[in-house]
Design a protein around this ligand. Structure first.
Ligand code: DQA
Length: 146
């Protein structure tokens, strides 16, 4: 079974983009962390990133029945996108929302999330290890072997 890990805009620049906020690890490092954690639970990972909101929505549709669960860092779209909210409302498995930084300790415009109402759990401010926690959480919720 597969956990979908979907990353939104600018996360392709992870490691070079505002490292004082997001750290020095790259998105490839995050992918490796997710694969390692998923493998511990007998799960595979479908790991993707895009800067195009329509692609992000198409991926949610594509994976909505097949994915055991979704780890979603919608990045800036978290705070803007009713369309991503609506797409995630249609998925079968649990959604875990992840933010590397502590969005609640940052600008006011990061305090509201359109993803949270459709998320089973929100993990913020744990750095990139939040992704591993999210994968483990999905494994627990779908009863994957550990
Ligand atoms: C982020 C937080 C968002 O506010 C921001 O737009 C991002 C990354 C995070 O992982 O901390 O791009 O989702």
């Amino acid at each position: 079974r597969v956990v979908a890990v979907l990353n939104g805009p600018n996360l392709n620049l992870l490691g070079e983009r505002e490292p004082e906020i997001y750290g020095h690890e790259t998105l490839a490092d995050v992918e490796a962390r997710c694969r390692h954690e998923a493998a511990r639970h007998g799960l595979a990972v479908d790991f993707r990133q895009t800067n195009h909101e329509g692609d992000f929505i198409d991926w949610i549709h594509e994976l909505r029945h097949s994915a055991a669960g979704f780890v979603v860092n919608a990045a800036g779209w978290t705070h803007t996108s009713i369309a991503i909210h609506d797409a995630l409302a249609a998925v079968a498995g649990p959604v875990v929302e992840v933010h590397i930084s502590d969005v609640h300790a940052r600008e006011d415009f990061r305090h509201h999330s359109y993803v949270t109402p459709v998320a089973a759990l929100v993990i913020v401010g744990h750095g990139v290890t939040g992704y591993e926690e999210a994968v483990a959480e999905i494994a627990a919720r779908v009863g994957a072997e550990g």
